[in-house]
Design a protein around this ligand. Structure first.
Ligand code: CAA
Length: 419
């Protein structure tokens, strides 16, 4: 869709994304184990929203409406009704309408879509937030919760780790169809960790990973699926993280910017967005992300750009092969050539199409409901030169975010342009 009322990103904030292997995450063996607790969902949501309001200087009273992305609060932390959680944790927003949206791992982008559409309907300042806490249970139990993003009745039994198995299936079929190798995929993983090592907010900021480490299965990097058809096609390092965290972003119309005393030319603009949905369990070609490709085609058309115009991208790398599939669905390369981007350095921070500059879901982390909001914020931060050690050498002018729910079942593609 192309906005008929222009939409600008005022700014936003993130909590650090944390979980196992993050130095601040309290876990057995951590010196603070038993002394202090990890932040709760309430605390992640509050930190992100308060951070967004404080860093932009926006008075909470100016926010007309907001949306919160969260996938599975009821399962992980026994909390639903997330819209009404917002004014509990940020009392300055008492009375402001907030609604929770859910589209599995695309919940965050759907919160942004809700905010854009509210602006189309007349709101002037909106707030998109997302948060998730997943470390309350083991990775195995959490995998059963995440499996609710599949067609549970027919897909859950693929493996106890349902989503890892779904993408191991894609990896197997994609490798067979295109000649992509495990080493090609390992280049994506090593790039993600390399970027995260430069990003203080990243879950895996302290974990190093070479191409060789990522390409080698073994005790330190096991193939952990039980499904024998797919086990060999997914190693632990190919997986996104089980992370906790929050993200929040303020958006405004031209009238909203004027009321906040801001100029459009100082802000990043959302020039188009597209959302596509495919039926659960109805993937027809496991070697392509067709739903994302359809969303991308619409977003490019409405922005009046081509894939080659994109100068930075945040794509949904829930598993390493997914980044390659995404690059192809978004038109950055032809089918079967996505493997070349990381291997040849083209998707690195100093490449011609940098992808997931902060480490992506693989290494920045993936607190499901927060991810889609974080992706847009990362593009904005690159455009404004705020990425510190992982800042691109030249600030990008055109960026794209692609957030995906389930096995390419809900997809949101957004195009942003620097003022
Ligand atoms: N050898 C063999 N097997 C081993 C092993 C070894 N050395 N070490 C571990 N394992 C196996 C074990 O079976 C273990 O499970 P149990 O302990 O229950 O037996 C399993 O691997 C996991 O080990 P850990 O729990 O120690 O691993 P972890 O906590 O570090 O988690 C991970 C690692 C399982 C890869 C986890 O990070 C993970 O599940 N990541 C993926 C998260 C995910 O799927 N997110 C959603 C993405 S899909 C999406 O984005 C779309 C959507 O809408 C859902």
């Amino acid at each position: 869709m192309k906005p008929h009322r222009r939409v600008f990103v005022v700014g936003g904030a993130l909590t650090p994304f944390i979980g196992k292997k993050h130095p601040d995450f309290i876990w057995k063996g951590h010196p603070d184990f038993g002394q202090r607790e990890n932040p709760t969902l309430d605390e992640h949501l509050a930190s992100a929203i308060e951070g967004a309001l404080q860093s932009t200087g926006v008075d909470a009273a100016k926010v007309d409406k907001g949306y919160v992305g969260n996938f599975a609060g009821e399962l992980f932390v026994q909390q639903g009704h997330m819209g009404a959680l917002v004014p509990r944790v940020v009392p300055a927003l008492e009375g402001t309408p907030f609604t929770r949206v859910e589209g599995a791992c695309a919940s965050g982008a759907l919160a942004v879509v809700g905010c854009i559409e509210a602006i189309q309907a007349g709101a002037n300042v909106t707030l998109a937030a997302g948060a998730e806490v997943q470390t309350s249970v083991s990775a195995r139990e959490g995998a059963g919760y995440l499996a609710r993003a599949s067609h549970f009745a027919t897909e859950r039994d693929l493996d106890e780790f349902t989503f890892p198995a779904m993408f191991a299936r894609r990896a197997k079929l994609f490798k067979e169809a295109t000649g992509t190798t495990d080493e090609d995929i390992a280049h994506v993983v090593a790039k993600a960790y390399g970027n995260a090592n430069r990003n203080p907010n990243a879950h895996m900021r302290a974990v190093t990973m070479s191409v060789e480490d990522a390409a080698t299965a073994g005790d330190r990097n096991p193939c952990f699926l039980r499904n024998e058809d797919y086990r060999d096609h997914l190693k632990m390092s190919d997986c996104s993280q089980v992370s906790d965290g929050g993200a929040a972003m303020l958006l405004a119309s031209e009238d909203g910017l004027a009321a906040l005393g801001l100029r459009p030319e100082d802000c990043v603009e959302i020039v188009s967005w597209a959302q596509r949905t495919g039926g659960l369990g109805r993937v027809t070609d496991y070697t392509r992300l067709d739903v994302t490709a359809a969303a991308a085609a619409e977003a490019y058309r409405d922005a009046g750009i081509a894939a080659g115009d994109v100068q930075v991208a945040e794509v949904h790398d829930c598993f390493a092969v997914t980044e390659i599939l995404m690059a192809e669905a978004l038109g950055f390369t032809a089918f079967g050539q996505g493997r070349t981007l990381a291997r040849e350095g083209r998707s690195h921070i100093d490449g011609d199409i940098p992808i997931n500059t902060g480490g992506g879901l693989l290494a920045f982390g993936h607190p499901v409901g927060a991810t889609g909001v974080k992706q847009l914020l990362e593009i904005v931060r690159q455009m404004k030169g705020e990425c510190g050690d992982y800042q691109m050498p030249t600030r990008p002018k055109v960026g794209l975010a692609a957030n995906m729910g389930g096995d390419d079942r809900t997809s949101v593609v957004t195009v942003l342009r620097a003022g």
